[in-house]
Design a protein around this ligand. Structure first.
Ligand code: MSP
Length: 648
């Protein structure tokens, strides 16, 4: 059996779990479940990172001992995961004896091989980041993350010869292009490795300054730097060096982290492994940040999203679905309850929920709830089967590459296709005309496809998936499901089983803001309208800030340009705006630019204009330009930025 190993970051215990922690852990859970259904043996690890200055400070602030404090907060994480339906196989804490033993073993090994040395170091130390900054890295003398002036500390410490492995790492990344994915993060790491010599890593802290850490095995006046300690958790849990799990699951490791901790995972960790004579992990998967209303989540702003509150309000599965569907893996995303409700209503209640409700109720109406045997076939059945196969293949391929949003989008082709199939085959007419053989097939095709959708959704919404399968009269048995086989297998749903009468898994939620105004008499309405028009006429011309925020403007890189086949003044400009797909904009700029002039340029695109066809060509947005005399200039950033960067 193929083996697969997935990890989340081990979270610091200096704050309660929030949306960001929940996202990484839900993604890891869904990936573990997906691989289990792909017929693999998937091992899933999460846990907490409990050493270091930050923790000591947080404990002091609460008047607790570090141990008391870490026990409490680690408990909050451990207790949250069952509520999020997280199927981790282990939960590791860096204060456990099993971890201390492995960290000391690795330290001793690397020390004995000569890759750890003793030296003096002076640097600007940021307590928030728990690291030294070079002059060059500081912004106006401050830590770029915390905006605080770091303390200058000079002390003797132990160093890991990270620089020795710089060329090896560069080479490894080049030879394994998906070692770090998505590609933008690989490029970020490569450019860091290519921009100059890597510094050696300071891996100790003198006990005179910090005692809350793992003692160095070769010098008991020092404890281990928290990152050198924390990264090792990924192999502690596999019982390195002798454990069976280590033999089975290493190096099939997939680490999952957000972009904030790219460097320790992409540079420290592989070089540490190399120095210890251990093979590097297989993939580092890096996701973006959840923002709230485009702002970083923070306790002081008071915009921290609590996972349990979301579960209570909308149901766990709707929350899980939204996180996986809405964030394009690798990019930042803005969280809002409005967007969650939008997807819940449109995609879960409407598309998926209606498919289940309609089909189950027709099965009851026409066949007393018993799944009919397929009989008379038609070309439309083969067509929908093909849509199903393509959708499931796309789902599986995209999920394997961590493209969850695209995977779900693909699966919804089938959900929507089936709703259309109902409208086209019109089972109510078949029933009226007594075309029973045909009606049997239509209902069977629907139910069997619904079964396939339900099993594919198990990694995303385990509880709803199991309920859907119960409703289809078959239940869920993990051992029996094999997703790759689903592409070819047809007819696993037993005719003669009875299905549920109703589904109702995803009740619609009303948006508080869009509560309908009570209907006003016509006259009054007209009066109000006139008043509004008058207001607009008053010439003030302002819009609300909220209205401005609705405009999704992004920087895009022009990839391809063609002349419009039917209009001389129009160009078809294909732009990378950071989405999964290249966007085509039909722009009236052919009088000013030749297609070749534009390729490679960066432009500002309004991305959420309603798509429309201009002379039969789809236009998905607008490129911003300014006219000056006879010239037209395109708006562009002063230096190149990541495609998809928001203009605000
Ligand atoms: N303890 C280290 C990790 C050590 S791993 C060997 C650490 N802990 S942390 O508590 O700060 O967690 C950071 C991680 O939490 C991110 O990499 C990400 O997985 C998750 N997130 C925290 N906030 C986030 C968002 N706003 N959005 C998405 N995920 C983020 O760093």
């Amino acid at each position: 059996m193929e083996r697969f190993y997935i990890t989340t970051p081990i979270f610091y215990v200096n704050a309660k779990p929030h949306l960001g922690h929940a996202y990484s852990t839900i993604v890891a859970d869904s990936v573990a479940r997906f691989h289990r259904l792909m017929g693999e043996d998937a091992y899933f690890l999460t846990g907490t990172d409990e050493h270091g200055d930050k923790i000591v400070q947080a404990a002091e602030a609460q008047g607790k001992s570090p141990q008391e404090y870490v026990d409490t907060i680690s408990g909050l994480f451990r207790d949250l995961w069952p509520d999020m339906n997280i199927s981790n196989n282990d939960f590791i804490r860096t204060t456990e004896p099993r971890h201390k033993a492995v960290v000391q073993e690795i330290l001793q090994k690397v020390y004995d091989s000569g890759d750890i040395y003793f030296g003096e170091y002076g640097g600007h130390y940021c307590f928030g980041c728990e690291r030294f900054y070079t002059e060059k890295e500081l912004v106006d003398g401050k830590c770029p993350d915390h905006q605080t002036v770091p303390e200058y500390i000079a002390e003797k410490n132990y160093f890991f010869k990270m620089s020795k492995y710089q060329d090896w790492l560069k080479d490894h990344i080049n030879k394994n292009p998906d070692f770090i994915r998505p590609e933008r993060y690989k490029n970020e790491v490569l450019s860091l490795l290519e921009s100059g010599e890597l510094e050696d890593l300071c891996i100790s802290r003198p006990k005179s300054r910090l005692t809350w850490g793992i003692e160095l095995p070769f010098d008991n006046d020092y404890v281990t730097y928290v990152w050198f300690d924390a990264l090792i958790n990924y192999i502690t849990a596999l019982e390195y060096p002798e454990g069976k799990k280590f033999e089975e699951y290493w190096p099939k490791a997939n680490h999952l982290v957000a972009k904030d901790i790219l460097k320790p995972h992409a540079i420290f960790w592989p070089t540490m492994l190399k120095a210890a004579g251990i093979e590097p992990y297989q993939h580092l998967n890096v996701h973006g940040y959840w923002l709230v209303e485009d702002t970083k989540m923070s306790k002081s702003i008071g915009n921290v999203v609590e996972p349990l509150a979301m579960k209570d309000k909308y149901g766990l599965d709707a929350f899980r679905y939204f996180l996986l569907r809405d964030m394009v893996f690798g990019q930042d995303s803005s969280f809002s309850e409005k967007a969650l409700i939008g997807r819940l209503n449109a995609e879960l209640a409407n598309d998926l929920g209606n498919l289940f409700n309609r089909t189950l109720s027709m099965t009851h109406k026409y066949f007393g709830g018993v799944i009919p045997r397929p009989d008379v076939e038609d070309i439309v059945d083969a067509e929908i089967k093909k849509i199903g196969q393509d959708a499931m293949k796309a789902f599986q391929d995209n999920y394997s590459e961590m493209k969850f949003s695209r995977a779900l989008e693909g699966l919804w082709e089938l959900v929507r296709g089936l709703n259309k199939y109902i409208d086209e085959t019109a089972p109510w007419t078949l029933f009226k005309n007594e075309e029973t053989g045909r009606l049997q097939t239509v209902i069977y095709v629907l139910l069997e496809n619904m079964r396939k959708i339900a099993v594919h959704l198990w990694p995303v919404m385990p509880e709803a998936s199991e309920k859907m399968l119960d409703q289809l009269g078959m239940g869920f048995d993990q051992e029996k499901v094999n997703l790759p086989k689903e592409l070819d297998v047809w007819g696993l749903l037993e005719s003669s089983e009875t299905v549920a009468k109703t589904s109702n898994l995803f009740p619609r939620v009303d948006l508080p803001e869009v509560k309908e105004e009570p209907k006003k008499p016509k006259k009054e309405k007209a009066k109000k309208q006139a008043k509004q028009e008058k207001k607009a006429d008053a010439g003030d011309g302002t819009i609300e800030f909220e209205d401005f925020l609705k405009v999704d403007m992004r920087v895009g890189t022009v990839k391809e340009v063609e002349k419009h086949p039917d209009a001389d003044r129009l160009l078809l400009v294909r732009v990378d705006t950071g989405d999964d797909e290249i966007r085509q904009v039909v722009a009236g700029i052919a009088d000013f630019f030749a297609p070749d002039d534009l390729v490679g340029k960066q432009v500002v695109v309004v991305c959420n204009l309603k798509p429309r066809k201009l002379r039969k060509q789809l236009s998905q947005g607008m490129i911003l330009a300014v006219k000056s005399g006879d010239e037209l200039q395109l708006l562009t950033p002063t230096s190149e930025v990541e495609p998809g960067s928001k203009v605000s």
